[in-house]
Design a protein around this ligand. Structure first.
Ligand code: HEC
Length: 114
């Protein structure tokens, strides 16, 4: 019985640890998926990287504005991707999820407000 009594505080500590890990995972889920966003930025057809400079994606395209300078928020990126703007084509083959991932990525990578 002595053993059980001494094991209790340890179990509580493990439980508290799991709780913190769980909350942490929840907070991360709301963060943009930077890896997926970067992959889309260089891998979409045509690649955003072809026309735009974005330090995070190590791209130096110069046809469109430097994203690090204009720091577009996610809504502005999303509108550009969906509708196209000037010489930039509308991306009709990307899914909603891909567009959201890309928009959140660009906003975060440039330090814009989400
Ligand atoms: C063919 C070249 C080209 C490609 C590819 C391209 N863009 Fe653009 N983009 C431009 C040009 C040019 C502009 C400026 C248009 C204007 O203001 O007339 C622009 C503008 C933008 C803007 C600013 C929109 C605004 O409201 O001022 C954002 C954000 C943007 N592009 C993001 C992206 C993303 C993300 C991708 C990939 C999904 C992408 N672009 C692909 C050429 C391109």
């Amino acid at each position: 019985m002595r053993e059980a009594a001494s094991a209790l505080p340890r179990k509580r500590a493990i439980f508290a640890g799991l709780l913190v890990a769980g909350l942490h995972a929840g907070a991360l889920a709301a963060e943009p998926d930077m890896e997926a966003g970067r992959a889309l930025f260089v891998g979409a057809t045509p690649a955003c990287a072809l026309c735009h400079t974005l330090n995070d994606a190590q791209s130096s395209g110069a046809i469109g504005p430097k994203l690090d300078e204009i720091k577009p928020d996610a809504a502005r990126v999303e509108t550009a991707i969906r509708n196209g703007i000037g010489q930039m084509p509308a991306y009709t083959t990307l899914s909603d999820k891909e567009i959201e991932t890309l928009a959140a990525y660009v906003a975060k990578a440039t330090g814009a407000q989400p």
